[in-house]
Design a protein around this ligand. Structure first.
Ligand code: TYM
Length: 337
């Protein structure tokens, strides 16, 4: 039966604590797909190395991320959850695909340009070739869909191009995956700087809400959120051009409550931004409360998390190695006997 299910795969770098952006843009859309799809989700720890990490923090965050995946509703019985570095096929196929990804293509990646600016003292080779490893992460599992936020769409498109190129050279090897972008929540912006995306890797700030934030901190961050400087018209209206801060809060509120922008505008007619910001903060607090409590409970159970890592890596390796063997054979590497 399972063979017939479509395959879904995605990952998150444990380069910072998971944020509301990681949740609304990615994880929320992963949960509840388990019945319909064969799902693989991983902690992209090899990707995290492209920027400097404190080793102890990286280790802690990787396991915390696993606890948070489970707390967000990813049932480990129904989803394959694993750590990227536990499946060596990722690094191995990553190298091969490096040789089929063009310098020009990598140079055009928006994320590379942004990250090079932010890490000007550490523009390393890994940061540049990152999309080839991401292509390997994806193509190893032959997925139909890759659910990601807006910022990762370009990398999934490059993955498709690399897969096509390989298939054209060596005959059908990889399935060509589709990016799967949510309608709302695909780009959650910083609460204090609505022109920048809410990022887990940037400096700790009040513009970012983390899944493990305490309710009182979440409430405070929403109270301080930027709305707009347009003094004539203090109304809740969806206008991303003129009111990017309000539009971002409306996106968050819509994602948390399932309400449409129209419903939200009606709900806050005649009210100031204060009431609106409190309502958005409350909806986020209530959405995250059970996740935070469950993740805290799971984080205390190290042996459970370690057992999950092992069974996830075993399941993932089985599938990944099948694709890797096929690729090695096609490009002409001598099989190990
Ligand atoms: P990463 O770790 O930056 O982000 C993980 C996922 O969260 C989404 N996301 C957001 N969505 C909406 N608003 C935001 N502010 C926001 N911030 C993050 C991202 O779009 C992403 O879906 N390279 C990837 C990790 C990766 C991967 C993969 C993903 C490695 N290999 C294979 C899919 C398939 C990354 O750095 O995501």
């Amino acid at each position: 039966m399972d063979e017939k299910k479509k395959v879904m795969l995605s990952g998150i770098k444990p380069s910072g604590d998971l944020t509301l952006g990681s949740y609304l843009g990615a994880i929320k859309n992963w949960a509840e797909r388990a019945e319909q799809f064969d799902c693989y989700y991983f902690m992209a720890d090899l990707h995290a190395l492209t920027t400097r990490q404190n080793p102890a923090d990286l280790r802690r965050r990787t396991l915390e991320q696993l606890a948070q995946y489970v707390a967000c509703g990813l049932d480990p019985e129904k989803n394959t959850l694993f750590i990227q570095s536990h499946v060596p096929a990722h690094a191995e196929l990553g190298w091969v695909l490096n040789c089929y990804t063009m310098f020009g293509e990598l140079s055009r990646m928006t994320q590379f340009k942004d990250k090079s600016k932010k890490n000007a003292d550490n523009i390393n080779g890994g940061l540049f070739t990152y999309p080839a490893l991401m292509a390997a992460d994806i193509l190893l599992y032959q997925p139909d869909y890759v659910p990601v936020g807006d910022d990762q769409k370009q990398h999934v498109e490059l993955t498709r191009d690399v897969a096509q190129r390989f298939n054209n050279l060596y005959s059908e090897t990889f399935k060509i995956p589709e990016p799967y972008i949510p309608k709302v929540g695909a780009r959650v912006m910083d609460l204090l700087d609505p022109a920048s995306k809410m990022s887990k890797s940037d400096d700790i700030g009040n513009g970012r809400v983390c899944l493990m934030d305490r309710p009182e901190d979440i409430a405070r961050k929403f109270k301080r959120a930027v709305t707009d400087s347009d003094t004539d018209e203090h109304c809740v209206r969806y206008d991303p051009e003129r009111k990017p801060g309000v539009a971002n809060l409306m996106q968050i509120y819509a994602s948390c409550t399932g309400k449409s922008f129209e419903d939200i505008e009606t709900e806050f007619t005649g009210q100031g931004y204060g009431a609106f910001k409190t309502a958005v903060g409350d909806s986020v607090i209530e959405m995250l409360r059970p996740i935070r409590e469950e993740a805290q409970r799971l984080m205390k159970d190290k042996s459970y998390l370690e057992a999950l890592c092992k069974s996830g890596a075993d399941k993932a390796s089985y599938i990944a190695n099948k694709t890797l063997r096929k690729v090695y054979k096609k490009v002409g590497l001598v099989p190990r006997t």
